[in-house]
Design a protein around this ligand. Structure first.
Ligand code: NGQ
Ligand code: ZN
Length: 455
């Protein structure tokens, strides 16, 4: 049995900020939670505590190509030319590289304040497109990276079968992603085995997109989720909307809502290009919008109408997606700034009852992210102790209090403002640095050298 006691001068609890909070954590879970309590001898003391944020959408391997696609090419650069570069990067990763790159990405997520990742995992097979002996080899490598770094994992093995709407045959660059329905069922089963020793792991399913999976195929694979999360990329690019209209006469979100049983278990990743009716539909079903503001900006996707979606009660979480830059605070900041720039307003995403934009964004991304990843986000007795402390001496937080700490962290601080991070009571980040930062960073550099030399 492991037992630790933490004391926070202030901690953000489900019903708001509390001062003098003493947590006793036994085997990773909160056993007692006392407010207005003095610190006791032996308690580890911190100033400002928050629940850890979920990162609802990641392709960990893409961390390895961060910054390498920022050069203008011969053709007009777009999401689609970026995707070609990404496919070339994929060609040169073996299992060791997949694991090493994922570990680096997960480490940086933890350092920025994320304590769980939804890994939308679609590179399944070897470089020739043949399954590994263990069909879930790369899922197992992802689980190993989660285990080494300590981040909680919601594994979302991806179903991918086609190159475009209407069941087009897959392209050669997609050969490592492809499974028919039967093999996907085996992949899910092997994926469950791969995460079985990882505490708190969740498995869901992820039809890649309406480009890569037909509505009929999605209907067939749905039971494999066994009540767990269902994630799908949708309506990210204008071309995608046009192609979907051309094929079906419906827009992607419209088609999804019309043809599939979208509900609270579903996470619609991006959902960038939605009409008011589609946005209302997502709200009515209780699904989450999986917003990835840094990646969506990097790839030139467009802007999700977040303000009107939230006003109508929409739920969202944030994801680091391509991992071009990993920073929980910056995802929230950019989400707000996109709305300010397009609507020419300020404080666009504050809840009516909560003037603080930082607090509004944080609460919403915490609840929506947890829903999308199939877990509870509540810091309460019986729940895992997933916690973040901020550096009270960071100038971004100077002479601020409670919600203004969140505003300070999100709008004028960032990753450097994070002090310590605990997942299930284990302290993984101390003074802003992950406990295995050196070793994981070294292995990451070696892995990248190998991948980049080959490409
Ligand atoms: C992905 N990423 O699967 O990594 C996608 C690109 C696609 C984003 N959509 C590939 N951000 O959508 O076809
Ligand atoms: Zn994605």
């Amino acid at each position: 049995m492991s037992r630790t006691a933490l004391w926070f001068r202030s901690l953000l609890l489900p019903d708001g900020w509390a001062d003098g909070v003493r947590l006793v954590i036994v085997d990773g879970r909160i056993e007692t939670l006392m407010k207005d309590a003095p610190a006791e001898a032996g308690d580890e003391r911190h100033q400002i505590g928050l629940p850890g944020l979920p990162n609802l959408h990641s392709h960990a391997f893409q961390r390895g190509m961060a910054g390498l696609t920022e050069q203008r090419g011969n053709t007009t650069d777009s999401f689609w030319t970026w995707r070609e570069a990404m496919y070339r990067f994929v060609d040169h990763m073996g299992p060791d590289e997949v694991e090493a790159i994922a570990a680096q990405a997960f480490l940086e997520m933890l350092e920025s304040g994320f304590t769980r990742v939804g890994e939308f995992h679609y590179v399944h097979h070897d470089a020739s497109g043949a399954p590994y002996t263990n069909i879930a080899e790369l899922a197992a490598r992802t689980a190993a990276a989660a285990s080494e770094t300590g981040i909680a994992l919601t594994l979302l093995p991806v179903f991918y079968l086609h190159a475009g709407f209407g069941g087009l045959p897959a392209a050669p660059g997609q050969r490592r992603f492809i499974n028919d329905i039967d093999r996907y069922a085996r992949l899910i089963e092997a994926g469950r085995a791969a995460v079985s020793s990882l505490p708190g792991a969740v498995v869901g399913i992820a039809p890649h997109s309406l480009r890569a999976a037909t509505p009929e195929e999605i209907t067939t694979i749905l039971p494999l989720a066994q009540g767990g999360p269902v994630h799908i990329h949708v309506a990210e690019q204008v071309k995608e909307v046009e192609d979907c209209l051309g094929w079906s006469g419906q827009r992607p979100v419209e088609l999804l809502l019309d043809r599939l049983p979208v509900d609270e278990r579903w996470c619609l990743v991006h959902a960038t290009h939605v009409t008011e009716a589609e946005s209302n539909g997502i709200v009515a079903r209780g699904a989450t919008a999986g917003l990835c503001p840094i990646t969506e900006a990097n790839l030139g996707d467009g802007l999700f109408p977040a303000q009107s979606f939230l006003e109508r009660g929409g739920r969202f979480g944030v994801g680091s997606d391509s991992n071009v830059l990993i920073d929980a605070a910056e995802e929230l900041r950019l989400l707000e700034y996109g709305q300010r720039l397009s609507l020419r307003t300020r404080n666009a995403l504050a809840r009516p009852s909560t003037p603080s934009v930082g607090r509004s964004l944080f609460d919403a991304a915490l609840a929506g992210g947890a829903q999308a990843l199939g877990v509870s986000s509540t810091l309460a007795v019986g729940q895992p102790a997933d916690l973040v402390s901020l550096k009270a001496d960071d100038t971004a937080l100077a002479h601020r209090h409670h919600d203004r700490w969140l505003d300070g962290w999100i709008f004028s601080g960032g990753r450097q403002t994070v002090d310590c991070v605990w997942r299930a009571g284990t302290k993984l980040v101390n003074g802003g640095r992950h406990i295995h930062r050196e070793a994981i960073g070294k292995r990451y550099r070696q892995a990248l050298q190998k991948v980049l030399q080959a490409s």
